[in-house]
Design a protein around this ligand. Structure first.
Ligand SMILES: Nc1ncnc2c1ncn2[C@@H]1O[C@H](COP(=O)(O)OP(=O)(O)OP(=O)(O)O)[C@@H](O)[C@H]1O
Ligand SMILES: [Mg+2]
Length: 492
């Protein structure tokens, strides 16, 4: 048990303050009973309800009131160095007296070389203590322990349902155990219980639910959003090259052992004109790989948690990794990385962190970033090798426009056969996909107002009344194309 050894080493090295964040308090305390056999120092446990109790022998009679100050005072004065497990103590750190005493003990100001161990699901230390502590993570359960727990929960279900057996699909069981990796036993158990009690079975249908529950658990206060509606490539007209690229890489991305010489795909950057379907393509990528999609909201990462941007990015990326395989989508990446000078270098550091993560990540997290203001993108991001490929999503060609009309008319239950798609495509030269969709929607309203069914004339009238962005902003679009020519690969 290496965690026992590691903790023993920390204690022998004279570590004053160890912080263990875990929902598994009982297991943490049990671990220290093993640590005791190695370090042979008095082991104490404190909680607000029980006060201070000695664990390695019967209470030695030192009656200390349970409040935090009295406890720390007693610890400070105890001549023999000991190991003190303080459960849920972080709530006490609001008080100046507690904080001061804790600090004096940890810095050995007039006290023996004790080791204090804070154990809680979450411990946030005030800045003056932050420099004095060592964090320690309890080992997470391995596949065997997780599988055992799933079996226990299946038995528990049977017991509570007059012996009704839980139907177990072996492949799903394996996938579930694999997907629970990275969670504490208690968290994993909570999820498995929900999965089993839902339908009395362990089956493939549990996997999406598992992904969602796990994600919610890991991203309690994060800036990642689980996107429930991914798209399929069938919903996306054009982008043949991008689709082909993904199809060729799907097996390697999802497989466990990449063939020799092939690196698993890591991510793409989609640049292009507004409304050309970049966001849609990002969703379809997740659908194409058949994995969950999470979106990182760069904007709120900056705004909501002022001063905590980097920590947030770190935690978000960790949550995404825990969900692997998945697609991580950063929409409008330029908004978060604009190299402005006004933010004390935060965006520079965020960029640095992101680039390092992109280079080093081992998890099956496929990154899709989308952007349209290419001039605001930091050049580091565009350098060769960062993304596997940078795709340029241009305005749709005539055949693609016809296909977009077909998709959107079909979605809205129009009789597609009644429409001359080529004529619509010809009339909508310069339209983006979004503008085509808007024309269809507008036509539907017009038809509704006429009290009749949608006919081609409604759509053509909408097209005539639309001045597409590519006309209003012709220079910008042209500039973007020229910029893209030498730097990107066309998506279509
Ligand atoms: N190639 C396409 N095939 C089908 N629908 C499309 C296509 N391009 C755009 N659309 C439609 O237009 C909508 C808007 O497109 P989307 O939001 O993906 O564009 P975008 O490139 O992300 O734009 P922005 O730069 O404004 O974020 C899509 O939800 C979809 O309905
Ligand atoms: Mg978009």
């Amino acid at each position: 048990m290496s965690e026992v050894k590691d903790l023993a080493t920390l204690i022998r090295a004279g570590t004053g303050l160890i912080v263990i964040e875990t929902p598994e308090e009982t297991r943490a305390v049990e671990t220290f009973r093993h640590v005791f056999t190695q370090v042979m120092r008095p082991l104490w446990r404190w909680s607000l309800t029980d006060g201070l109790k000695r664990l390695d022998m019967d209470d030695d009679g030192a009656e200390v009131p349970p409040d935090a100050t009295a406890t720390l005072m007693a610890i400070k004065q105890h001549p023999e160095r000991g190991v003190y497990l303080l459960l849920d103590f972080h709530g006490q750190l609001r008080y100046a007296m507690t904080l001061r005493l804790l600090r004096e003990i940890v810095e050995r100001q007039g006290s023996a070389a004790h080791t204090l161990v804070l154990i809680s699901p979450k411990v946030e230390l005030p800045p003056d203590l932050a420099a004095l502590h060592t964090r320690f993570s309890l080992r997470l359960p391995d596949a065997a322990a997780l599988a055992k727990m799933v079996r226990e929960e299946a038995f528990a279900y049977s017991r509570e349902h007059q012996g009704k057996r839980v139907e177990v699909d072996a492949a799903a069981m394996k996938a579930i155990v694999r997907n629970l990796a990275g969670l504490s036993l208690a968290d994993a158990r909570g999820i498995v219980r929900q999965l089993i009690f839902r339908d009395g079975a362990i089956c493939q249908a549990d996997l999406p639910q598992l992904a969602k529950l796990k994600f919610e658990l890991l991203n309690r206060d994060g800036v990642l959003h689980f996107e429930y509606d991914t798209a399929q490539f069938a919903d996306v007209a054009g982008m043949a090259r991008l689709k082909d690229w993904v199809a060729k890489r799907r097996a390697v991305f999802l497989g466990d052992n990449p063939p020799p010489g092939l690196d698993p795909p890591k991510g793409v950057l989609l640049l292009g004109v507004q409304g050309s379907g970049k966001s849609l393509a990002a969703k379809a990528l997740a659908g194409g790989f058949g994995v969950p999609l999470v979106r990182l909201d760069f904007g709120s990462m900056y705004n909501k948690f002022h001063g905590e941007t980097e920590r947030n990015l770190r935690e978000s990326l960790k949550s995404a990794e825990s969900l692997q395989p998945c697609v991580l989508w950063i929409d409008e990446i330029e908004k978060g990385l604009a190299t402005s000078t006004s933010d004390d270098g935060v965006s520079k550091r965020v960029l640095g962190y992101l680039l390092t993560w992109m280079a080093e990540r081992k998890a099956k997290v496929f990154l899709v970033a989308t952007a349209n203001a290419v001039h605001e993108l930091p050049p580091e991001l565009l350098r060769k090798g960062r993304f596997d490929e940078i795709f340029f999503v241009d305005l749709p060609s005539a055949p693609v426009r016809a296909e977009i009309f077909r998709i959107h008319l079909g979605k809205r239950k129009a009789r597609v056969e009644a429409f001359d798609l080529d004529a619509l495509a010809a009339a909508s030269e310069g339209f983006s996909g979004a503008e085509i969709e808007q024309a269809v929607v507008g036509a539907l309203y017009a038809a509704h107002a006429d009290g009749g069914a949608l006919d081609p004339e409604h759509v053509l009238a909408e097209i005539r009344n639309t001045r597409p962005l590519s006309v209003l902003m012709a220079e910008q679009v042209q500039g973007l194309r020229e910029w893209a020519r030498s730097r990107t690969v066309p998506a279509d």
